[in-house]
Each structure stands twice: as C-alpha cells, then as structure tokens.
Design a protein around this ligand. Structure first.
Ligand code: PEP
Ligand code: MG
Length: 925
C-alpha cells in the first residue's frame, strides 16, 4: 500500500478531509471495508455520490471498495487544457492498490481480475446528465481468468459487450466530440446489431442471448467500432481506466449536462468528481439482481419502502427503462407490475437486509433516501445513496410525517419544501368530473404529479420549437432519454412507452414537478411517421391529449383542469411556515374575488389595488364608458360632470374589496396609466364610442391624437395626471374615504391606505396631499368621524429612491414598484425585453431576467438607499414591495434582508412568498 494513502487515512479520523500538503494537492480519496477518507460533508470536494459512498462505508454498510477523484481535480483538468495533473497517476495507482487489497482481486490480473466502474458525481445530483462506464478492465487477458473464476462464460461475455457499447459511446465518441446524426451514433448502431440477433433468433429478452451469441457479438462490435470510429477498441485495462476517467470529466461539459445546469442554476465552475469503484454484478444469474429504491414514495410521500428491481441485470437496465422492472415489495405493487415477483417474496433474506439499511440510512441522514443496490449471487452491495428528489406533494407529506415521527424539527420541516415545490402544489390537476367522463386510451406509471393538457409531439426538438410559439405540448417518447432534457422542460407533460418510476425521465420530471407518465406499454410510437397508436386509435402530431400524472392515465382530447389547493396538509404546513415568518405578506388584488382568493392563501392585506383594472375585463363596460367620457371632456365643467358619473362605480368596487378584506389594510393606488390607453384606436370602435357619447368621430380621433405620446411609459401618467387634473385625484380620494366611512358606520372594519404612483419628488406628494387633506376633512364632517388613512407613495423612479429622505417627509409609507424601478434603473423597457433578454442570459451578461428576480447589485442598491434615507426621516416608515418580485422567493429573501415590513404579490403566489419569508427568517436565526 502506498504510504501517502496510509497517512491520509489516519488523519481522516480527525478531520473531514485530510490536510493537503501545499506542494502536492490531494486529488484521490479512498473508501472501502468500513473506512473512508471522505465523509458526507465533503460533497463540494467529492461530489454527492463520492461523499455518500464514503459515509455509507463509515456507518458499516457493504460498499464495494474504490476511490473518488475530486471535483478539484476536474477543475484542474480543464485548467490544464484537458490534461491530468502530474501527481494524479501516482495517487490513482496507490488507491487502486488499496482497492485491490480490500476486494482480494487485482486490476488487469489474468487469474483473478478486478473490474471497476467510472461514474460521475457532481456536488448536486444531475441524474443521467453525465457519463458512466462499467466493467472497465475486461480485455483479452482478463476474460479467461474471469470465466474460470465465475464459471459463467455467458456472464463474462455479456459484461464485455456492455463495456464495448458504453466505452465506445462515452469514451471514443462523445468524449472525442464526435456528434453523429440522430440515430447514427455508435451506441445506437451496436444496439441495432444486438436487436437483429434477437430478432433472428426469436429471443424476447436480452437474457435469452447465449454465451455464443454474446461472444460473437463482441467480435462484431469491435469491428464496427474500428470501422466507424477509426480506432481499435482498447485492450489494455489501464488505458481503459484513464479513458473512462477523462470521459467522465469531459461529460461535465456535455450538451445535456450544460442544459441541465442552466435550468437548475448549477455553476459551470464546480466540475464533477469521478468515482472508480470495484464492480459487483447483478447479472450473474438468477441469484443476482439490481435495483433502485426510495425510503419513502417519491411521488406521493407515502411512508413505504418503495422501489424497483430487476433480476439478472445491471443497474443501467433499470434507469434506462429497457426492461419494465418489478416492485420491491408487496405493499407497493401497482396495476402495471402486480404480476411480477417482488424482492420481498423472491429474495426475502436480502430484502430484509436491504430494508434494514434503508431504515438506517434514513435515520442517519434524517431525510428520504434514494438508494441503488446490487445483489451479486445472493450478496447485497450498496452502490449509492442520496437525498431523493420528490414531487411537491411528496415533499409536503414527508415533511409533515417526519415532523410527527420526530425525525426532524419544525424548522427543518419548513425548509424541506422548496418554494418552487409549493408552486407545483398549487398547480392544476385534471378536473375529476372531466376524467370520469373522459376516455382513457392508455395507462402507465404515475411518474410526475398533476395534470397536463397539450398537443403531442414526438421529438425533444419539436417540443422546444412548438413551445417557443406558445403552444402547449406533451412530449411523447418511446423510452426515457436524458438527451431530451430541453424538450422535457419545454413540454407541459411527458409520456413514454417504456421505463419505470426510477428511469431518468421520471426522476427529472419529478424534480421539476412536471406531469409525467412512463412505462405506458400499450402505446405504439412511430417517431418517423410522428404518430402513436393507443386504445385502437391513431394519434398524429398536434393532436390534443390529457395526462393525469398522479394516476398514470392518458385521455383523449383536452380535459378541463382545476387547482389542487384544498389539501389539509397544505394548511397545516403553512401554519408552521407562519410560525417562523416575521415579514408580512400582502397581495396585489383589485376585485373582491381576488381578495377572497388571496385571503384564503393567507394574505394579510392588499398591498396594491390597481384602480385602473376596474376599467378592463368583466363588468368594465359601464365604468369604462364614464371614464372615456371624462377623458374626452373639453372643459373642466364637463370633466367634473363625467367624474361625478364615474364616482359611484369607483366607490362601489373600492367598498366591496375593503369589505372582502374585512379589516385587513387595503392599499389603493391612484390611477396610473396614461389616459390614451383608454381611448379606442380602431375606426369602428371610435365610431361606436362617438355614437354612445353623442360626439363626432373626429373629436375622438383628435383627442386620441392629442393624448398620443412618443414614450408613454415616461409620459403623462401616474401622479402627473393628478397634477394636471386635480379633480381626478379628488374623485378617487373621495370614493375611497366615503366607502371606508360607510363601512365603518355600518359596524364593519375598513383600513384604507392611499398611495400615489410614479412620483419623483416630494412636491408632487405635497401637491396631492392638499387635495387629500381637503377631502378627508369634508368626509369627516359629513360622517362625523375622520377615517384613519395612511398617505404614501410608490417608489418606482430612481429619483424617488435617491430623495427618499424628502419623500418620507410627506409619505407615511413606501411601496417599491420594482417593475418600473427595474425599467428605469436599467433603462430596459419592461414591455420590450423579449427582443434581447434571451441573448443577455445566454451570453451571461445578466445572470437572470431582472424583471423576474431582483437585480440586487443595481436595483437592490436603489432600494437599500431608498429605505435607509426614508427611515432617516421617519424611523417607523412602513415599507413594502408590490412589483412582480414580491412573489419570487429569492427577491423575497432580499426584501427580508433590507428590512421591509411586507411583500405584496399576486394571490396565487402568496403561499410562496410566505414560505420565502419564513426561509429568510430561518436563515437569519
Ligand atoms: C411597479 O411598477 O412595480 C408596479 C407595481 O406598478 P405597475 O406594474 O402597475 O406599473
Ligand atoms: Mg409601476
């Protein structure tokens, strides 16, 4: 054994990772036989897989020995332009020696050869996005020895043909940057050759192939590799090993991995570790098997040991969805797999051992574990454990169950549901009534939750293209393929004919909370013709289907969807969330209906009532006609008369909303948009309005022209309207204060707040405040009591932020309008970013769209300055946000950090904002 490794092994007892000598950085970490140089905390260095293999070794689980080449080595490899650091070779050799000693076999030994796997493992799990090579070390020198040792020539040739398939694909093609046309890759070609043998000989399954078939195939495979890739298949174990390590490193920069990182926000700089581990075989006959399991059901959260296994198979067979796997135990059998033998029945002793390990692991990690295992001739080996991905429903259910079981505390339970998962919980499901009446055309496995309705497409590229044009699509594929990741993302739902619950597509879809059905065996898909047959009918590209991903049912046509909100578990969880939350959450709502929905979601008030919304949509005709009359008035008298007609409508809506909020504060904003938005543009609409108002079309056209602005976003809008037409503000002040006074008089509660939009200097606020004070006094006189009402302002222009000390002299509260503040700080038109934002993100000029998540560096500074200066003048100044960012978790965290009193967002985002606020508070504890 190499001395360096020994030393490292000893020091590992004290520290998580052995100290590094400045001169030669340590890149390789051994694990095996109950000892490991790393541990679970070393994910950044060893990747998730490597760190957990080390941890499993430490806690005494049977893990095949091996070593992890660190992520730092991967970074170094890229820094050196695709070369290994000098010290790596010696370190690998030393670790290999230890592995050999533990396993009692030697790499490349003709008598008793050790085979290894090379697997990727990043800090954060990226299921199926990088490469793996198995059976490394099989060659003409070691094949006979292994046959002698195992007395199983069929198995050895099967392992060899797998090595050729994987290695030629991963190392000789992909890692070399060769990009064959669709369906022309080496893997596909070798697959086709194998398929042809099966067809010719009338075999049903890969396991029917005989020793002779496999031996012959290996020869033919190697010839095809040479022919296609122009190189001999390497026959030297060490050459194979280094090829495998390099290919795994390179797969960090493979297309799929890059796409996945972009979607998941994983930094490019992290790199992957490589785990080189002694092979154990699940394909050594009927006492061997392989499987994937979860300590609880990842789709529903049910507390059942749950998983799939395949007898006489290697792990790739389960995840690639080549064979439909069997259930792990009796309790979790479903419609699709009830006829198969469970591991519990088929291998009861091993099942019991495995069940013990999954319990131990869950207790150790205090979270649901996703486990990979292999049984070699009756002996169980643990190959991987990690925190399992789960749907939003499962995350919620597990968090609440584990809290009850006292496995985790309340704080941890809150943190177990990500804001995006909460969003997923609020997503639609197929309307159960529509499902009852609907026609089920196929059934598969319920791999990803909720309902999805869309037009079917048959390739990932089509899914992306169609989605770009705004179409809702369902991606239909024969089998699950991680290369489809972009198409899966773009699709509303995913449907596959093959694969199990643990196939890559299922894992990925579940992680995203995307509706997904896999293993729908009755589907016949013809990718070339772009058709699928199900339930006796043929469906073409573009036909609409509906999926219930929670049941695994596929329906013909587009079914109605409904929201899945009335879950008592959800209410319970949100109560827990609020225990930790300190910042308020309000909603942006302008109708009593929205107000009610938002209250049901836990809104503590309305942070933005956009007055102008009463002039759009349902029931808007009458008030809009009055507003238009006001806009088209030629004199002050005419305008006042029109405002008088408009008044009752405004008062009615304002009152109904305050009533619905029942004593929670409601922030009304004065009319904000430029008036020309309300004047019809088309000649026939103008003619209609002219006859309605009894004026000429010419008058309307002229007024429209007069109101026309080159840059309306910075034109006559917001407070500027109130400055030029004080009577417009006066009408609104009166409507709000009288509505509140009437409610209070009737014994109800009403807490109005009024804010002035698009302000940039305190004098604007002073100007409007005079009107407000006058109206307030008049209403007080009329009702015998003053209505308490705060007077505040939006802060959405940089100058307002910079002069916040002055603004706060008059404003009693601030509400940051980060939509406009982002627009004006960046100088990006909020309505026109579509033309360039994609390029800004792709070229990494901006990390994210600043209209979605607050740009903390720029707009965030503007907010900080505004808060600091505002509170200098008025220490108790109430401050909130009402731009779209108020419902975006990262932005909510920022709002907490800068000490806002509340965030305000659209009703359906209220729970997400509540969770975001709680998580921020927990992080600050
Ligand atoms: C804002 O600008 O952030 C805001 C809330 O106002 P609006 O979106 O109505 O302009
Ligand atoms: Mg605005």
């Amino acid at each position: 054994m190499a001395t360096t490794s020994n030393k490292a092994g000893k020091s590992a007892k004290k520290a998580a990772v052995p100290a590094r000598k400045a001169s030669s950085p340590k890149f390789v970490y051994y694990f095996g036989a109950g000892k490991a140089e790393g541990r679970a905390d070393d994910k950044n260095l060893l990747g998730g897989k490597g760190a957990n293999l080390a941890e499993m070794c430490r806690i005494g689980l049977p893990v095949p020995a091996g070593f992890t080449i660190s992520t730092e080595c991967c970074v170094e490899y890229f820094t050196l332009g695709g070369k290994y650091p000098k010290s790596l070779e010696a370190e690998v050799k030393a670790a290999l020696l230890k592995t050999e000693a533990t396993m009692g076999r030697q790499f490349g030994d003709p008598e008793n050869p050790l085979l290894v796997s090379c697997r990727s493992g990043a800090r954060k799990s990226m299921p199926g996005m990088m490469e793996t090579v198995l059976n490394v070390g099989l060659c003409s020198a070691t094949i006979p020895g292994l046959i002698k040792k195992t007395k199983n020539a069929r198995f050895v040739y099967d392992a060899y043909r797998r090595l050729i398939m994987m290695y030629s694909d991963v190392v000789m093609e992909k890692a070399e940057g060769i990009e064959p046309a669709e369906g022309k890759g080496i893997r596909k070609q070798l697959d086709d050759m194998l398929h042809q043998v099966k067809v010719k000989k009338g075999y049903k399954s890969d396991t029917d192939l005989s020793e002779g078939d496999l031996k012959e195939l290996a020869v033919k495979f190697k010839a095809r590799v040479k022919e296609l890739l122009g190189k001999e298949f390497p026959d030297d174990p060490m050459q194979q090993l280094w090829g495998g390590v390099g290919a795994v490193f390179k797969s960090w920069n493979g297309k799929r991995a890059i796409s996945y990182r972009r979607i998941e926000g994983i930094p490019d700089e992290w790199g992957t570790a490589v785990n080189v581990q002694a092979m154990v075989f699940g394909n050594m006959g009927d006492s061997s098997a392989t499987g994937v399991a979860f300590s609880r059901n990842p789709a529903t959260g049910d507390h059942h040991f749950y998983g799939e296994w395949l007898v006489n198979a290697q792990g790739e067979d389960v995840v690639a969805g080549i064979r439909t796997p069997s259930p792990l135990n009796e309790a979790t059998k479903n419609e699709q797999n009830k006829q198969f033998v469970s591991l519990e029945k088929g291998m009861p002793v091993v099942y019991k051992e495995l069940d013990g390990y999954q319990k131990k692991l869950e207790k150790h990690y205090k979270d649901m574990q996703d486990i990979e295992f292999t049984i070699q001739e009756g002996r169980l080996w643990m190959l991987q454990c990690r925190v399992g991905k789960r749907t939003g429903v499962a995350a919620l259910n597990m968090a609440m169950d584990m809290l009850k079981e006292k496995l985790i505390d309340a704080k941890t339970a809150v943190m177990r549901v990500a804001p995006a998962q909460l969003d997923e919980l609020l997503h639609p499901i197929l309307d159960p009534a529509a499902e009852k009446a609907g026609k089920v055309i196929a059934k598969g496995l319920p791999a990803g939750p909720g309902g999805a309705v869309g037009q079917i497409v048959f390739t990932a590229a089509d899914a992306v293209e169609w989605a770009k044009t705004g179409k809702k699509v369902l991606l239909v594929r024969e089998e699950t393929n991680p290369e489809d990741v972009e198409g899966m993302r773009a699709a509303k739902g995913i449907l596959t004919a093959r694969g199990g619950m643990t196939s890559h597509a299922a894992l990925v879809a579940r992680g995203w909370g995307k509706c997904c059905i896999v293993g729908c065996g009755s589907l016949h898909i013809d990718v070339h013709a772009k058709t699928m047959t199900a339930g006796g009918s043929i469906y073409k590209e573009g036909d609409t289907l509906s999926l219930n991903g929670s049941k695994g049912h596929v329906y013909e046509g587009g079914l109605n969807t409904v929201d899945a909100t009335e879950n008592p578990r959800f209410q319970e969880y949100m109560k827990l969330v609020d225990k930790f939350r300190t910042m308020g959450v309000r909603t942006n709502a302008d109708t009593p209906e929205d107000a009610r929905v938002a209250r049901a979601f836990g809104a503590e008030g309305i942070g933005l009532f956009r007055t102008e919304h009463m002039f759009y949509g349902k029931g808007a005709d009458e008030p809009l006609a009055k507003l238009r009359k006001m806009i088209l008035s030629k004199s002050l008298e005419e305008r006042k008369a029109a405002l008088g007609e408009l008044f009752p409508y405004v008062k009615r809506d304002v009152k109904a909303t305050m009533e619905a909020m029942d004593g929670l504060p409601v922030t009304f904003r004065l009319l904000d948009p430029p008036l020309h938005e309300f004047v019809p543009q088309s000649p026939d609409k103008q003619a209609e309005l002219a006859s309605e108002l009894g004026i000429s079309v010419e008058d309307i056209r002229k007024r429209g022209e007069a109101l026309h602005e080159m840059n309306p976003m910075m034109g006559h809008r917001g407070v500027r309207l109130g400055v030029t037409y004080p009577e417009v503000s006066e009408m609104q002040f009166r409507a709000i204060l009288e509505a509140a006074a009437e409610l209070i008089k009737a014994g109800k509660k009403a807490i109005p707040e009024i804010m002035v939009p698009v302000t940039c200097c305190v004098k604007e606020l002073d100007d409007q405040k005079k009107i407000f004070d006058k109206v307030s006094a008049e209403v007080a006189a009329a009702f015998g009591k003053k209505v308490p009402c705060l007077y505040g302002t939006m802060i959405e222009i940089p100058r307002a932020s910079l002069t916040a000390d002055q603004m706060a002299q008059t404003a009693e509260f601030f509400s940051f309008g980060t939509n406009d503040l982002t627009q004006m700080t960046f100088g990006f038109s909020r309505d026109d970013i579509g033309g360039f934002m994609g390029d800004y993100i792709d070229k990494k000029i901006l990390a994210a769209d600043p209209f979605q998540t607050i740009d903390q560096r720029g707009v965030g500074e503007m907010i900080k300055v505004g808060i600091e200066r505002g509170r200098k003048t008025r220490p108790n100044l109430k401050i909130g946000i009402c731009g779209e960012h108020g419902g975006e978790p990262e932005s909510v965290k920022f709002c907490f950090k800068v000490k806002m009193n509340y965030v305000s967002c659209s009703p359906y985002r209220v729970p997400i904002a509540r969770l975001g606020a709680a998580l921020a508070a927990i992080a600050a504890i």
